[in-house]
Design a protein around this ligand. Sequence first.
Ligand SMILES: Cc1cc2nc3c(=O)[nH]c(=O)nc-3n(C[C@H](O)[C@H](O)[C@H](O)COP(=O)(O)O)c2cc1C
Length: 395
Amino acid sequence: MPVEFISATFLNASTELKPIPGASIDPDYLERYARNLDDYAFNYTLVPYDSSYFDPWTVGATIASHTRNLKIIIAVRPNTLYPTVAAKALATLDQLSRGRAVVHFIAGGSDVEQAREGDFLTKEQRYSRLEEYIRILKRAWSSPEPFDWEGEHYRFKGFRNLVRPVNGHSIPVSVGGSSEDAYRVGGSLADIFGLWGEPLKETKEQIDKIYAAADKAGRAPTDRPRIWVTFRPIVAPTDDLAWEKAHRTLAALEANAAQKQSIFGGVKAGKAGDADVPPPQNVGSQRLLDIAKRGEVQDRALWYPTVTATNARGASTALVGSYQTVVDSILDYVKLGCELISIRGYDNLNDAIDYGRYILPKVRENLPAESSSADTKPAAENGTNGTNGTTLASR
Ligand SMILES: Cc1cc2nc3c(=O)[nH]c(=O)nc-3n(C[C@H](O)[C@H](O)[C@H](O)COP(=O)(O)O)c2cc1C
């Protein structure tokens, strides 16, 4: 399978380095950001979910209307939408975007965050619900006949779906997490399994567990979930310049954490270890914080102070170095079996453009023989001037 690149969606000029508290959507910014991803041949953008944040469905549809190739990954927490409604919403987006919808499922990593939108199940129950939810969606997408459902979490009668995915049977399903329950549910049912960037050894251990869960569920080795791994690269023309930038980035993150600027995914903002900053409940964040205690740099260029500074709030491990160092680091993960490489920076739009110019093409040029990328020609650099005839964002 080809190696593909994922970014995340940003709706306005607010960044973790220069937060704009309470910023609303800037439609022009969103359009420019999405078109740049498309033009520089990113394959996907994730539209994240948080109880306090913008609606991913309308944002996803807007991105679809501004882009031509970019696939849109909608993050969905099962507690927020009845499964038959989610099945139709995803198939609707798939049709509107001509087959570019993907769903990323989040069981919910924090009891406090889940309670904000009326969900009081335990984490174990949330994963059990997620499993049932995915099964319902798959049935709804593929079943030509009306069907009933009698499950532990959902019960309905005579549901008939006239809104089918473009391929007639399914939309790619991704699951993220690092707990045993996540491996079990994702390993048995997901097309894609999302991880945060850990050192090579730990990443390999997680991949083995996901594959073991897939095998246990009776999936063939050719049908295992594709592995998605997420980093926050800090790049520059030389290693020295990149490290200077990394320390400037860390200073800004620490200053903003001290002001407790944001809450995302239920992990309280602030520096890990501060008295008023409780440890995160989700295993993925706990793992990042544990590994951070072993040292600042792991492997070639995986940098952990950004993890501690943000209490491992979401994907927070950086890859620091020259373009070449970061390309080589990404290729290390490709050799391990990671096919979906998620990279987003801290200076969101400019970093995405830097990656599009200096990282994506070089990774694609240097892929091992068995991996070749589907979309390797950035419209931004082949003279077609972008997907929609727009000019590229200037620095
Ligand atoms: C690639 C990736 C993307 C994620 N996106 C979100 C998100 O948009 N919103 C959110 O609340 N959690 C997000 N998460 C967090 C986990 O899905 C969440 O913490 C999980 O439900 C429980 O994690 P655990 O199994 O590691 O304990 C993401 C995780 C990964 C790996």
